[in-house]
Ligand binder design. Structure first.
Ligand SMILES: [Zn+2]
Length: 265
């Protein structure tokens, strides 16, 4: 599942081919993917120009020359490709946006969980998200304030998008390792110094992910190579690169979590 660094990589890759382009048409083959209605998208998008492309959490945010905003969430297996009209399509390209330059923006999504919104009120979708962990004005003090009074297990809380936006299983697991914190600990039991360590670990891990253009896993290849830098994610029973102990795997909040029992306390 693409997380903040993967989505950021997609956003950066789309700016060149899409900024200032105008949508001519939209083809929707899997209507359920358009939360705000496939017909409304088909009617509302043609003629609109892309003025900015940003990211909020794991959402791609397309600002248009119109009060409406186009939002796309890639969910489990989505990817966005810009290809010439005549380039062959595979059966997984469920939503295809025709551009004004002989190219198409193609949402390729084998598992069909990706979601598209065209809305005048993007905050009804984005407003529930927690802070952006990489924002310049997101400080250690902000993170401390966010953690205080919260309940639950550290790793599960990091996956909660309403707590903090953008982390998924990979970067939450890797951040816990970098912070030297056992992902099973209750958040309420962390000392201030440990919360500060976690803050820096989250920002460093996400930053590394972006530098490496995200992780390429499963069949969704994005050209990233952060998977070659994983310390714990997907490394069950392998030796910790730092201490040599066997990496362990537990289930937390229904998600598989790998950690080093010696480095993470
Ligand atoms: Zn270790």
């Amino acid at each position: 599942m693409p997380e903040l660094p993967e989505v950021e990589t997609v956003v950066r890759g789309l700016r060149g081919p899409l900024l200032e382009r105008t949508f001519l048409d939209v083809e929707v083959r899997w209507a359920r993917s358009v939360v705000t209605g496939a017909e409304a998208l088909r009617r509302g998008l043609p003629g609109r120009r892309v003025e900015a492309i940003d990211r909020r959490g794991k959402y791609l945010v397309f600002r248009l020359d119109d009060p409406r905003t186009l939002l796309i969430h890639l969910k489990m297996s989505g990817n966005l490709l810009v290809e010439p009209d005549h380039a062959p399509r595979d059966p997984y390209m469920h939503t295809v946006f025709q551009l004004d330059n002989g190219h198409q923006l193609r949402l390729r999504d084998p598992r069909k969980f990706g979601r598209v919104y065209l809305t005048t009120a993007p905050d009804t979708v984005l407003g529930r998200l927690g802070p952006e962990p990489l924002a310049d004005d997101f400080s250690v003090a902000d993170f401390l304030a966010l953690c205080r009074g919260r309940r639950g297990v550290l790793k599960a809380l990091l996956l909660n998008q309403e707590f903090l936006a953008g982390l998924g299983n990979i970067y939450a697991s890797e951040a816990c390792f970098l912070a030297g914190l056992d992902p099973r600990r209750p958040i309420s039991g962390l000392r201030d110094e440990e919360v500060a360590r976690l803050y820096h670990a989250i920002r460093r891990t996400l930053g590394h992910g972006i530098v490496h253009k995200g992780s390429s896993l499963d069949s969704v290849y994005r050209g990233g190579e952060f998977q070659n830098h994983f310390q714990v994610y997907g490394r069950e029973s392998e030796a910790c690169f730092t201490c040599g102990a066997n990496i362990e795997r537990v289930m937390l909040g229904g998600r598989s979590t790998c950690f080093c029992p010696r480095c993470q306390r």
